[in-house]
Design a protein around this ligand. Structure first.
Ligand SMILES: [Zn+2]
Length: 521
C-alpha cells in the first residue's frame, strides 16, 4: 500500500514537471500572494508605493479590508492560508501558553519545534484546517511558499511530507525539504542573516529565491511571498518615520521584481496577483508593566517561572497590543477580581472572557474561543491621535516595547484595517470594492480561481463582487455594534465592539472601552 501511494505521488510530480497541472485545478491560472507585513492602507501613495499604486489602477482596491484578531502576524498568516477564524484554525496568538506544547514557558507559535510537537501530539492537526498550499497540492498543483521571516513553516509546514520533495517552503533562509536549500544558495548566495544584514536585504534575498530559484522550472499554481517589511522597521521606529517609509519602498521594489518575473516568463496575463498585509499598525503611547501592576494589587502574576505555577496564579502572555491571561485552575473568583482590576485601569480597551463575567464579551465574539484557551484576554485602549510623524493611531501596549515605538495586535481601527489589492485576469480593472472584506476571504477566493472545490466550508467568502464572470448577486453588508457595562460604586466601565457582516462572514471593525468616574458632590 505504501509503495502504491508513493508511486502515485511520484507520477503526479513528474506529470506536473512540465508546468501545466493536469488534475482537477484550473490549468490556465497561477495565483501569487505578496504579503507586506504590517502595511497600513493610508501609507499606500504614488510616492511611497509606485508599483503597488500602478497595480491598483490595473486591478481592484479593497477599501475596507480587515485583519482577524489578534491583529498579529502568525494569527493572520493562518487566516490567510486557511480561510478560517482563529478559533477554527486553533491558532489565536503569536505568543501563547500551551501547556500541551510546553508547560515551562509561553511559546512562539511559529517556531519549528512548536509546530512539530503540535503536529505530533494531534496527528497533524497543529492547525485544525488545511492550508491553501496543502489544498492546492492535493488537487495536483504545485506550490512555492517563501517567507523572509520565520512565519514560513506556519504558512506551509508539510511541503516535504506531501510531495515527496517536489515543492519547497522557504522560511527565514531555511527550507523544507532541507535538501532544497543548496540549489537556492548556489543560485543567489547565502541568506543575509542577523545581525550584519538588514531586513530589506533579507526581503530582497527571499524575493530572488522565489523568482529566480523556486520559479526556475515554471511558476506553480500557487505561490506566496512574505516580506518582513515594513513591520520590522515600524517596530524598531514607528509608522511614518523616514526609515519606515524606506522600508515600504523596499517592499514595493520587491513587488516590482515579482511582476517583472511574471512578465518575463510570459504568464502575467494568466496570473492573479494579490498584495495584502497581515495587519495594520499603531504607535505606543504608554508601555504598561502589567505584571508589576497586578503584583502590587496582590495577584500572583507570572510572565515566566521556575517552579510549577499553583492554582490561583495568573500567567500573563504579552502580545504587544493584547495580553492573554491564564488563571491556573480557572478559579472563578480570581478571574472576576482580575477583570474588575482591568476595568478600573487606565489602559484596558476591550476585555474578553472564556466564562461570562459582567462587563466583558465572550472570547467567541472575536473568534478566539478555543479549548484550553485563556481565561481572560485584554486588548489595550487606543485613540485616533497622531504620532509625531502624522500617522494616526496611538495605543497602550504591553511591557515588550517602549513608548514611541510601533506595534499592533489590539482591536484598534488602525490595527484591524490592512491592505488588499488584486490584479489579473479574474479581477475588475481600475475598480474599488467598498464592501467589507478580510484576510479570511483570500483562501476561498483563490480556490474559486483555481477551480478547486473546498473540502470543508470556510469562514471567509469568495470576493465575487470584485471578480469578472461571477454570476452571484451583489452581496450586501450590515453593521452591528455591541456594548457591555459594569457599574462600580465610583463609576462605570463601558466597552464596545463594532463589526461588519457580509453573508455569514463577520469582520471586526474596532473595539474600545474606558472607565468613567461618577461626578463628585
Ligand atoms: Zn509586527
Amino acid at each position: 500500500m505504501t509503495s502504491l501511494i508513493l508511486f502515485a505521488v511520484a507520477t503526479v510530480h513528474l506529470s506536473l514537471g512540465a508546468d501545466k497541472p493536469t488534475l482537477s485545478l484550473n490549468p490556465d491560472r497561477h495565483v501569487v500572494i505578496v504579503v507586506w507585513d504590517g502595511m497600513r492602507p493610508d501609507l499606500v501613495t504614488p510616492q511611497n508605493t509606485p508599483t503597488l499604486w500602478k497595480l491598483a489602477q490595473e486591478g481592484i482596491t479593497f477599501r475596507d479590508h480587515h485583519a482577524v484578531y489578534l491583529s498579529a502576524t502568525h494569527v493572520n498568516a493562518v487566516a490567510i492560508e486557511t480561510g478560517m477564524y482563529p478559533q477554527h484554525s486553533g491558532l489565536i496568538a503569536n505568543y501563547d501558553y500551551r501547556s500541551d506544547l510546553d508547560n515551562e514557558k509561553f511559546v512562539s507559535t511559529e517556531q519549528t519545534k512548536v509546530i512539530e510537537k503540535g503536529d505530533r501530539i494531534s496527528h497533524g492537526k497543529y492547525l485544525q484546517a488545511p492550508t491553501l498550499a496543502e489544498i492546492v497540492r492535493s488537487a495536483g498543483g504545485h506550490t512555492a511558499v517563501a517567507a523572509a521571516k520565520t512565519v514560513g513553516f506556519l504558512l506551509d509546514r508539510q511541503a516535504d511530507v506531501q510531495t515527496a520533495g517536489g515543492d519547497v517552503t522557504l522560511s527565514a533562509g531555511q527550507t523544507r525539504p532541507a535538501s532544497a536549500l543548496a540549489a537556492i544558495k548556489a543560485m543567489i548566495g547565502y541568506y543575509p542573516g542577523f545581525p550584519i544584514y538588514t531586513h530589506a536585504q533579507r526581503d530582497e534575498w527571499t524575493t530572488a529565491a522565489l523568482t529566480q530559484s523556486l520559479w526556475k522550472e515554471g511558476v506553480p499554481a500557487f505561490s506566496l511571498l512574505w516580506l518582513g517589511e515594513p513591520d520590522l522597521t515600524q517596530h524598531e521606529t514607528a509608522p511614518g518615520t523616514p526609515v519606515a517609509l524606506a522600508a515600504i519602498r523596499s517592499s514595493d521594489q520587491n513587488l516590482a521584481t515579482v511582476l517583472s518575473a511574471l512578465q518575463q516568463k510570459g504568464i502575467a496575463d494568466q496570473t492573479d496577483v494579490f498584495v495584502v498585509s497581515d495587519h495594520g499598525f499603531s504607535t505606543i503611547e504608554h508601555a504598561i508593566d502589567l505584571q508589576r501592576y497586578l503584583l502590587e494589587d496582590g495577584f500572583h502574576a507570572l510572565v515566566d517561572w521556575e517552579e510549577k505555577p499553583k492554582p490561583g496564579d495568573v500567567i500573563l502572555v504579552g502580545n504587544g497590543g493584547s495580553v492573554l491571561f491564564y488563571v491556573v485552575g480557572h478559579d472563578g473568583a480570581t478571574v472576576k477580581r482580575l477583570v474588575e482590576r482591568l476595568q478600573r485601569s487606565n489602559f484596558a480597551g476591550v476585555i474578553l472572557t472564556g466564562k461570562p463575567v459582567p462587563g466583558t464579551f465572550p472570547l467567541s465574539k472575536v473568534f478566539i474561543d478555543t479549548p484550553n484557551g485563556p481565561d481572560v484576554v485584554m486588548a489595550f485602549r487606543w485613540t485616533k491621535e497622531k504620532n509625531e510623524y502624522g500617522v494616526p493611531g496611538l495605543i497602550e501596549s504591553d511591557w515588550n516595547r517602549q513608548a514611541g515605538k510601533g506595534t499592533h495586535a489590539t482591536l484598534s481601527h488602525f490595527d484591524l484595517h490592512n491592505i488588499l489589492f488584486a490584479a489579473g485576469p479574474d479581477f475588475q480593472k481600475g475598480a474599488v470594492d467598498n464592501l467589507p472584506t478580510g484576510n479570511v476571504d483570500l483562501a476561498p477566493t483563490i480556490l474559486r480561481i483555481l477551480k478547486i472545490p473546498a473540502a470543508q466550508a470556510m469562514d471567509g467568502r469568495v470576493l465575487s463582487e470584485a471578480m469578472i464572470g461571477q454570476s452571484e448577486d451583489q452581496p450586501k453588508a450590515a453593521e452591528e455594534k455591541i456594548e457591555a457595562t459594569q457599574d462600580f460604586p465610583d463609576g462605570t466601565w463601558r466597552q464596545y465592539l463594532s463589526q461588519a457582516r457580509v453573508g455569514t462572514t463577520i469582520y471586526l471593525n474596532e473595539g474600545n472601552g474606558g472607565f468613567t468616574a461618577k461626578a463628585q458632590h
